[in-house]
Design a protein around this ligand. Structure first.
Ligand SMILES: C[S@@+](CC[C@H](N)C(=O)[O-])C[C@H]1O[C@@H](n2cnc3c(N)ncnc32)[C@H](O)[C@@H]1O
Length: 264
């Protein structure tokens, strides 16, 4: 368990060829982009699909070959690399923000399950200098300038307290992209996902300032049952969204709840 103050800007892609200047989806200082007309950070138009063939190497298992092929052919993976985002997941937050405007300059936010740091990069960029951006993951996350990262299991009972200390006050936004490794056993996986989303909501209800927002990864039918009831009770609006950058063959969705009513 280690608490670190992060430093160092996101690295530029090493092999960016010709570049053009485009406005970012966040409406900020433009950054250099590769010359790809299909590139749209908010996913308005999908990046070009490729077809890279991958031979099955003798020692590589079939599953790994499929994974590698998917990575190489995934336009969001390539675009993330070209634009200096650590993960293709960065586009999901950009798209969600485009639609729901949850990233507000100067805000105090926490990102649950932040490795490898794509959402942190997006948040730091959108929120600007006077913001507080805190992330947690049990995996090591290389430093992100402008964010503070806690390397710890969020389900550890000490984690919420540590995060609150780092936030230094009520939060405006709680993000959770947490996902546990799948076991292949459907009902077990479903229960684990629901448990993570519920733990994230418990924390959100504790730390959010009135008017705050909660964004969480959910699966299948979205937030259901008890979780959905709680969201509807505690937030003015509750919507589900599937960003274009979320793989179409994945059951992943996000629930976006805004206008936290506050603790009684
Ligand atoms: C889909 S990834 C997050 C990607 C991230 N949003 C980004 O843009 O880079 C999900 C993360 O949740 C983390 N995670 C899952 N369960 C966790 C837990 N109990 N505590 C902390 N992190 C957790 C995993 O380690 C993984 O890094």
């Amino acid at each position: 368990m280690e608490r670190r103050k992060s430093s160092g800007p996101p690295k530029r892609p090493k092999r960016a060829k010709k570049t053009n200047i485009a406005t970012t989806a966040l409406g900020e200082e433009p950054e250099k982009r590769t010359r790809d007309k299909s590139a749209s950070m908010a996913g308005e138009s999908k990046p070009r699909t490729l077809n890279v063939h991958v031979k099955t190497a003798k020692k590589r298992e079939y599953g790994s070959t499929l994974w590698l092929k998917r990575q190489l052919n995934d336009p969001y993976v390539r675009q993330a690399k070209a634009e200096g985002w650590r993960s293709r997941a960065a586009f999901k937050l950009l798209e969600l923000d485009e639609k729901f405007k949850v990233l507000k300059p100067g805000a105090r936010i926490v990102d649950l399950g932040c490795a490898p740091g794509g959402w942190l990069q997006v948040a730091v960029k959108a929120l600007g200098k006077n913001a507080t951006v805190v992330g947690i993951d049990y995996l090591n996350v290389p430093p992100v300038a402008g964010a503070e990262i806690l390397e710890m299991d969020f389900l550890d009972e000490a984690a919420p307290g540590r995060l609150k200390e780092m936030l230094g006050g009520k939060a405006d936004l709680v993000l959770s992209d947490m996902a546990a490794p799948t076991t292949g056993h459907r009902s077990t996986d479903h229960l684990r996902i629901v448990a993570l989303a519920e733990a994230a909501l418990d924390f959100a209800e504790d730390v959010l300032a009135p008017g705050g927002a909660f964004v969480s990864k959910v699966f299948a039918g979205g937030a259901e049952g008890e979780l959905l009831n709680r969201l509807k009770q505690n937030f003015e609006t509750v919507k589900h969204a599937k960003p274009k950058s979320s793989r179409s063959d994945s059951a992943e969705k996000y629930v976006v709840a805004t206008g936290f009513r506050g603790n009684a």
